[in-house]
Design a protein around this ligand. Structure first.
Ligand code: HPA
Length: 257
């Protein structure tokens, strides 16, 4: 059995931010150019923006497209991660909107999760499929890269923004939200927050040899955990409120990576 990543380690450190719902454009990012990258896995969600944030160079790719038209189950995660690797990115901070399962994770909280349970299906989830010399299994015991997680947490301290350190991210298929019983099951499984895009993104980053960490914004209590149904207005309101703090953290992250 072999554990390895695609290609050789890349030199230097180059950061990309993958934007999620509510972050199709990164306010404060001064875009210098946009790069169209075609990959053997198909088209990424859009061109990669290259620019500076708080004076530091960074790349940006919105996973749902620049017009927010690609739903979670249709994102070409392989093309996105491959494109970032192709252009020399070594570190990825992925922003994601999530529902809070743990009552302590109220809407508005920012979380740097430490574990993942993957419930997604039928997504292109590995680079190691065809034309292999040997079968490859990556180690995924710790799905997030620990140094980069630490830098995101440090960025939160630097920005004066409270971040919850740790939590288990349940990656659901979507695009529908969950039933209350599904959330009960996720809680029994030990999950504290739920989203739709964390996988296979994190595993592909590991396969590609990219350091990857999540910055999650809680935008609603998960199904059955709040009052009544979950509305888009509720989600969008909390997203808008949270994005200023997300940006403040990212402005510190670019300094630290
Ligand atoms: N469930 C799954 N994904 C989500 C949620 C949720 O409650 N909120 C934001 N993304």
């Amino acid at each position: 059995m072999a554990t390895s990543t695609v290609g050789d380690p890349l030199p230097g450190r180059r950061l990309a931010i993958i934007g999620g719902t509510g972050l199709t454009s990164l306010e404060g990012l001064v875009i210098e150019r946009r790069e169209v990258v075609s990959t053997r896995w198909g088209e990424p969600s859009g061109p990669v923006s290259h620019g500076t944030l708080a004076g530091k160079s960074v790349a940006f790719l919105p996973r749902h497209g620049y017009r927010h038209t690609i739903p979670p189950h249709r994102v070409n995660y392989r093309a996105n991660i491959w494109a970032l690797r192709t252009i020399g990115i070594t570190h990825v901070v992925a922003v994601a909107a999530v529902g809070g399962i743990d009552a302590a994770l109220e809407p508005g909280c920012l979380v740097v999760p430490s574990q993942i349970v993957d419930y997604t299906w039928s997504r292109g989830h590995s680079f190691f499929e065809d034309e292999l010399d040997h079968v490859v299994h990556i180690d995924f015991t710790e799905p997030y890269e620990s140094e980069l997680r630490g830098l995101v947490l440090e960025a939160g301290r630097g920005a004066g923004v409270a971040l919850t350190d740790g939590g288990t991210y349940a990656a659901m298929q979507g695009p529908r939200l969950e039933t209350a019983a599904e959330i009960d099951r996720l809680e029994r499984d030990g999950c504290t927050l739920v989203g739709m895009t964390g996988m296979p993104e994190a595993a592909l980053a590991r396969e590609a040899g990219l350091a990857y960490a999540h910055l999650a914004v809680v935008v609603n209590p998960a199904a059955g955990r709040g009052e009544g149904p979950i509305t888009m207005e509720q989600i969008e309101g909390h997203l808008r409120a949270g994005m200023g703090r997300v940006r403040a953290v990212l402005e510190q992250v670019v300094r630290l990576v």
